[in-house]
Ligand binder design. Structure first.
Ligand SMILES: Nc1nc2c(ncn2[C@@H]2O[C@H](COP(=O)(O)OP(=O)(O)O)[C@@H](O)[C@H]2O)c(=O)[nH]1
Ligand SMILES: [Mg+2]
Ligand SMILES: [Zn+2]
Length: 293
């Protein structure tokens, strides 16, 4: 039997929807996958074989280049963090928890600032540009900036994340009209009516582009970030890197020590104070969790 390559675009209770050759196949895991105890997830690149009845089974899985812990997805090129200029007000700590999760998982980050019709993206844009992340300003309501983002996403496997109400689903509909992401009141109604822990599902835009919305996924617990040691948290703030090794004392935690090069850079505004505040807060949360968890 000949096998084909495909991508798992959805996983539900051990049943997988695989996009292969422009078609969607419903598959079960083959015996070898089950024997090896591999937990397949959306985003996995797999080898499938077709059964006579049109369903398929997954014979093999390609080693993952990365995996995000929440949502649980594999082989992500970019975590697209969506925020609004206002309504809801941006909350940098929650954005930074997502950037930390992505850094830890070795996933690139893009920051998309939506609702630019309501307020200027100003400071928020500067802050994440300075970190070095790809940044976009858009208005899902008028499709301003949407074309540029679509070009950027072409050929990528990307997951959209961000607080509820920032306009993720509206933006996805503006980007990919066929996706029919549930927006606004409708998505709230569905969230109330159904189980809110819905599974992440990729929308195959074309044969190399897979995009997922993350409904019912807003806040991220500190213990879902994949960080094992709070002492290594600074590694997940890429803009800190060039200052590391220049603190006065070895073992500097970069929280409040005298002679800390990170704090000096924050003081002269070379580094963002808001980002450092997120570092301090997250460090504290992770340390507490370790002590009492
Ligand atoms: N003014 C304005 N409103 C927007 C924009 N994008 C989305 N919205 C509105 O914001 C609300 C939440 O949008 P939705 O896409 O459901 O957000 P999600 O929860 O992040 O998926 C809806 O009422 C949208 O109509 C925008 O660019 N400008
Ligand atoms: Mg939504
Ligand atoms: Zn330091």
């Amino acid at each position: 039997m000949e096998s084909e390559l495909g991508v798992i675009i959805k996983e539900k209770k051990g049943l997988y929807t695989v996009s292969a050759g422009g078609e969607e196949l419903f598959c079960k895991a083959g015996s070898r996958i089950r024997k090896d105890g591999i937990r397949l997830m959306a985003g996995d690149r797999v080898e499938v074989e077709r059964n006579a009845d049109g369903s398929g089974f997954i014979r093999n899985v390609t080693p993952r280049k990365n995996a995000l812990p929440r949502p649980l997805v594999a082989n992500i090129d970019t975590l697209v963090i969506v925020t609004a200029t206002t309504s809801p007000a941006p909350y940098p700590y929650n954005i930074d928890k997502l950037t930390v999760m992505a850094e830890k998982a070795d996933v690139a980050v893009a920051v998309v600032i939506n609702k630019c019709d309501l307020k200027s993206p100003g400071e928020l844009l500067d802050m994440y540009r300075t970190v070095g992340y790809d940044c976009f300003t858009v208005c899902a309501a008028t499709s301003k900036g949407v074309e540029e983002l679509r070009t950027y996403l072409k050929g990528k496997t990307a997951v959209f994340a961000g607080a509820s109400g920032v306009g993720k689903s509206s933006l996805l509909n503006a980007l990919y009209p066929g996706m029919e992401a549930e927006t606004g009141e409708l998505s709230k109604k569905i969230a109330r009516g159904r189980n809110t822990t819905r599974h992440t599902e990729f929308f195959p835009v074309d044969k190399d582009t897979y995009i997922a919305d993350t409904p019912g996924f807003t806040m991220l617990d500190e213990d879902k970030l994949g960080i094992e040691e709070y002492e290594e948290l600074y590694l997940c703030f890429p803009e800190f890197e060039k200052h590391i090794g220049q603190c006065m004392f070895r073992g500097c935690t970069h929280l409040k020590e005298d002679g800390c090069a990170i704090l000096a850079a924050v003081k002269c505004k070379e580094l963002s104070q808001s980002r450092h505040e997120s570092y301090v807060k997250l460090y504290g949360e992770l340390k507490n969790r370790k002590r009492y968890g």
